[in-house]
Design a protein around this ligand. Structure first.
Ligand SMILES: [Zn+2]
Length: 97
């Protein structure tokens, strides 16, 4: 069975709860990098069958969910981050402000 192409990106708040669905055209507007957050393989098995990939920052093995794998080719500037790298980036940004 063929999966539907994603047309929206679900935005998460700081606690990781979905807030709204953003159309891909809006999501791809602008020029900022588009981090995709994944769990590290070392942190345990994924909730759904996922393939393995690599974090673009620390090169740790990460789980890539099927919905993420579908979305990444449609993103303008995707970059895959693991959870610990996201936290490091948030800390670095907080210090830069
Ligand atoms: Zn990482």
């Amino acid at each position: 069975m063929k999966r539907r192409r994603p047309t929206h990106v679900v935005e998460l708040d700081r606690e990781g709860r979905p807030t709204r669905a953003l159309p891909l055209t809006d999501f791809n507007a602008g020029s900022k990098p588009q981090p995709v957050i994944c769990c590290r393989v070392a942190d345990g098995p994924p909730h759904i069958a996922s393939r393995q990939g690599t974090c673009d920052l620390c090169l740790e093995r990460i789980w890539i969910a099927p919905s993420t794998a579908d979305l990444v080719p449609q993103m303008r500037a995707p970059t895959l981050w693991c959870m610990p790298c996201l936290i490091e980036q948030l800390k670095a940004n907080a210090q830069a402000l």
